[in-house]
Design a protein around this ligand. Structure first.
Ligand SMILES: Cc1ncc(COP(=O)(O)O)c(C=O)c1O
Length: 135
């Protein structure tokens, strides 16, 4: 499902929690498993509270993905350890955003917890060239 931002482009933690609450008692297939959000808006520069949203996601059993393409060159992005409530399970950014070469690493994805979101070998192989497991 897609979350609609406020008219000014910001997000409301309360509204996001309401969405989790509305889904938490649904059949497993309909529960929220992954939250994806941008670390900073290309258009407005708004930075959503990704760590606060991560804590919320984990509280409701979901994982957290942040596209930090527009954030990583401006500030430190800490994924935190698995046992930190605000940890980011996945982040993605283009290598050239941090002056990496275009050729070998068009997209870097750190996988913090596991590849368990990708259920089949086929799904994994589709992404294998872009996944790097976090140590
Ligand atoms: C939020 C976000 N994600 C992903 C990308 C993709 O980056 P690129 O197409 O430059 O690799 C961009 C581009 O600037 C972006 O702003």
């Amino acid at each position: 499902m897609q979350y609609r931002t406020q008219p000014d482009g910001s997000v409301s933690i309360t509204e996001i929690e309401d969405i989790f609450k509305a889904h938490q008692n649904r059949p497993k297939a309909e529960q929220i498993k992954l939250v994806t959000i941008t670390g900073a808006s290309t258009i407005t520069g708004y930075k959503p509270p990704i760590y606060e949203i991560a804590a919320l996601a984990h509280r409701y059993g979901a994982k957290m993905f942040a596209d930090v393409c527009q954030l990583i060159q401006h500030e430190r992005v800490d994924m935190h350890a698995d046992d930190h409530p605000c940890h980011l399970d996945f982040v993605a950014f283009s290598g050239h955003k941090i002056y990496a070469s275009y050729e070998p690493i068009p997209l870097i994805i750190f996988v913090l917890q596991s590849l368990s979101l990708l259920r089949t070998e086929n799904e994994k192989s589709r992404f294998s060239s872009t996944f790097y497991e976090k140590k």
